[in-house]
Design a protein around this ligand. Sequence first.
Ligand code: NAG
Ligand code: NAG
Ligand code: NAG
Length: 376
Amino acid sequence: MNLDMNLLQILAVLFLPKAWCQSSSSGGGVVETKNITLPAGSRAVLPCHSPSMVWTRDQLKDRQRVVHWDIVHSSPEYSGERLLDMSPGARQRVYNGFNKGRISIPDSAFTDGNFSLVINNVVTSDKGLYTCNLHHHYCQIHESIQIQLNVTKSVRKEKRYWDGEKTVFVVLLGSSVVLPCVNRRALWRDGLQEDQQQVAHWDFQPPGVRPNKADRLVDLYASGERRDYGPLFAQSKMSVAEDAFTFGDFSLSISDLKPADKGLYSCHLHHHYCGLHERRIFRLTVTPPLLREPTTSPRVFLNDELEPKTERVSTDKDNPRVVNVFLPEQRGYFVQHLGYFLATFLLLAFIVFAVIVLTRRRKKRGLEYETGRSVG
Ligand SMILES: *[C@@H]1O[C@H](CO)[C@@H](O)[C@H](O)[C@H]1NC(C)=O
Ligand SMILES: *[C@@H]1O[C@H](CO)[C@@H](O)[C@H](O)[C@H]1NC(C)=O
Ligand SMILES: *[C@@H]1O[C@H](CO)[C@@H](O)[C@H](O)[C@H]1NC(C)=O
């Protein structure tokens, strides 16, 4: 049971990053729905993990954001090149010696969100496809824009336009140009208090109750504050790890399941700083208690159709989880049986050996007795 849950949790974490960018734009997106069926009296763990909710990871704030400008030349041959990069609190690094002092981005980039590339004294080899890349490692957000730069010798041909995919700049040889890359979202700039902005909460919706009437079970804040509603947490009937924000594990444990625990549970994670809003929904069904000893793990049913609001979690991703969960147990079972077989075999061999030795000794003694008598 524990093994199953851990594996599921690890896999859930692995599949998360792809969802981050999308969920940041779509608002409270459902990233997962699952049917869980467990016998009464057992303990349920509803997994809810998100590494991007771990606010302590952003203690090195400056190293977690980076901007870099790259270029792809199409002539004389196709080649890509890093032009410059910069992190908050570090000097910008220009890669090519020829470009030093000629190209730059404003030093205030991470304060005002202006990451535009300034190119002075444009030369023919500046022609190419430029990309401005912004990476926020802590929030797992990556943004990039492309700009085509062409160089001309004729003032009449100078222009800039949008070709349907990107901006195209046709620039006069020897002039200066600013390739714009501006992102004023707060998370790319300094001075935002980030640690008060995360909250996780669990809701419960008994069967037949409308979603907007769901009961709030618990609120958890990154500051460590926690608000329980009703007596369930005080009675240890339900629990969420004390260090949930340290590890990003907001899984809800429900002990001693009763038929009344049946219903929809939802885990909501909000990271306002990163623009992360995720919802995981579990339909919990409680079956009659198991009478046999609980050696077989309760099965977890995965479901995508529960509330088809997003198409993010696909069955292809879900199916391998079940396979992964059950394989190790089968192997353990096999090894155990092999052990029994070997032990029985050895015991039999030992008995046969003992019998042979004993009968030989008897015969020998009998012989000695006879020879003894003949001598005497
Ligand atoms: C961004 O910085 C460049 C270079 O300093 C400047 O020319 C441009 O006007 C700035 N853009 C905005 C929107 O502030
Ligand atoms: C700019 O250069 C690209 C690549 O050589 C070319 O395909 C495009 O037509 C040029 N655009 C202009 C306006 O010169
Ligand atoms: C999950 O439960 C719902 C409602 O009972 C049902 O319609 C759906 O088929 C179930 N999915 C799975 C995979 O068991």
